[in-house]
Design a protein. Structure first.
Length: 114
């Protein structure tokens, strides 16, 4: 039995927008076990909104004032947030939070200059 890739398989080098070194694969999601029914880890994906949206979907984690982010090229970074992110998802980012949201959006398709 062959163990080759299926015909529609693609190499990470074919990822163009954004390039693999910027393309987000996983983001730690914020947990909020104390406020049912709005528990934040709700569906297995982070639910980020693409640029130019200013809305948070789900929230990234704030453990140690940041979150672990993995990228398509295999590297991992710890994004330290400039300000604590207000624990309310599905809302516009505050003026202070917007730089952190934009930093995450750079890892999604459609960000200018990706």
């Amino acid at each position: 039995m062959s163990s080759s890739m299926p015909p529609d398989g693609k190499k990470y080098a074919t990822i163009l927008d954004p390039k693999p070194t910027k393309c987000i694969v996983f983001v730690e999601e914020q947990e909020n076990r104390n406020v049912p029914p709005d528990n934040f880890i709700n569906d297995g994906n982070i639910g980020l909104r693409a640029y130019p949206s200013t809305d948070w979907g789900d929230l990234p984690a704030q453990r140690h004032k940041g979150a672990g982010i993995t990228f398509a090229d295999g590297h991992v970074e710890f994004y330290k947030w400039r300000v604590p992110i207000k624990l309310a998802r599905g809302r516009p980012a505050t003026t202070d939070e917007l730089p952190d949201l934009r930093r995450l959006q750079q890892g999604l398709p459609g960000y200018p200059d990706n």
